[in-house]
Write a protein that binds this ligand. Structure first.
Ligand code: ZN
Length: 150
């Protein structure tokens, strides 16, 4: 096993970041979205960090913020990707329906999950935190605010 310690100074614009797969420990490679989605690519030209064991021995990848090489979170396998999508949906509903502002919603979520507000990024959440997010959002939604929703 080799550790990655070849840090180069003077990083050039298009260099990818050192991103490691949390499942198998392999390095993730910045690739066009087509590499994973093929003809189902929604945003042509978008890119993903894909585990170098993909697709044979590992199913993990994560998309990058548009126009950057910054991953949107940690690499996720299929299961976790679905959980994060569900958690985002449950969470976005709260601020998109104007029950609170987006930043209030993140503060609220951090408080509920007992984490620091800086850590409240669903893209980085584990299974556990995704489930907690969904549960807390549903509770909030069902508790007081059903009538506000269209
Ligand atoms: Zn992997």
């Amino acid at each position: 096993m080799k550790l990655m310690c070849n840090k180069k100074n003077g990083r050039s614009r298009k260099r990818q970041l050192d991103v490691t797969c949390p499942y198998c420990g392999r390095r993730a490679v910045l690739r066009p979205a087509e590499y994973v989605y093929g003809s189902h690519t929604i945003v042509p030209g978008s890119r993903l960090y894909v585990c170098s064991n993909y697709p044979d021995r590992c199913d993990a990848y994560v998309s990058v913020h548009e126009g950057s090489n910054t991953p949107k979170g940690t690499l996720a396998d299929g299961n976790l990707r679905n959980k994060r999508i569900q958690a985002h949906r449950a969470f976005d509903r709260l601020w998109k329906s104007r029950l609170m502002t987006r930043s209030e919603a993140y503060d609220w979520l951090a408080f509920k999950l007992e984490i620091e507000p800086e850590e409240a990024h669903i893209g980085n959440f584990s299974d556990y935190y995704c489930e907690q997010t969904i549960a807390e959002c549903e509770k909030f939604w069902n508790g007081c605010c059903k009538m506000t929703a269209a």
